[in-house]
Design a protein around this ligand. Structure first.
Ligand SMILES: [Fe+2]
Length: 162
């Protein structure tokens, strides 16, 4: 491979990393909004526990927004700036619950976290041995998503049994 060839491949890889980061940037904003709103409207006997969990998830998503956008900027680009583009670029989509019932809302949040685990796992595999800084950032977010998914499932099972 010529040096020029290597430079071109590296530039293509960086462009693809930025494209993927923009997609999870959109996911994180949408998830932030979804969790924030769900925490406000949720109803049920254990709603205070569910609200606290959803608020923590929203905080995590906002932190991810910061981490991802900082990295996009470091890579020489700028994050998608228009909220109207988020729904176009998202991996995980935006789904609203038809019910405010705590189990329905938790079920939706679990699906959203599961989707994120899948997306960040794929991203980590793509970045391994290529871009160590972005790889570590993605793994840090992945660890949050895995933990959140487990906590949500535990809360769901606990409420379902009570
Ligand atoms: Fe997320």
């Amino acid at each position: 491979m010529t040096q020029r060839g290597n430079v071109i491949i590296k530039a293509l890889e960086t462009a693809e990393t930025i494209r993927m980061l923009n997609k999870v940037y959109a996911d994180s904003w949408l998830a932030y909004h979804q969790y924030l709103m769900e925490a406000k409207v949720v109803k049920g006997i254990r709603k205070s526990d569910v609200k606290a969990k959803l608020r923590q998830l929203a905080n995590d998503e906002l932190r991810h927004v910061h981490m991802i956008s900082d990295r996009i900027i470091e890579l020489g680009s700028t994050p998608i700036d228009s909220p109207s583009d988020w729904t176009e670029h998202t991996n995980t989509g935006y789904e609203t619950s038809s019910s405010f019932d705590e189990l329905s809302i938790l079920d939706l949040a679990i699906k959203s976290a599961e989707g994120s685990v899948y997306v960040y796992s794929g991203l980590a595999a793509m970045l391994q041995n290529k871009d160590i800084i972005t790889y570590e950032l993605v793994n840090e977010i992945l660890a949050d998503e895995v933990e959140n998914e487990e906590d949500l499932q535990e809360l769901y099972n606990h409420i379902e049994k009570s």
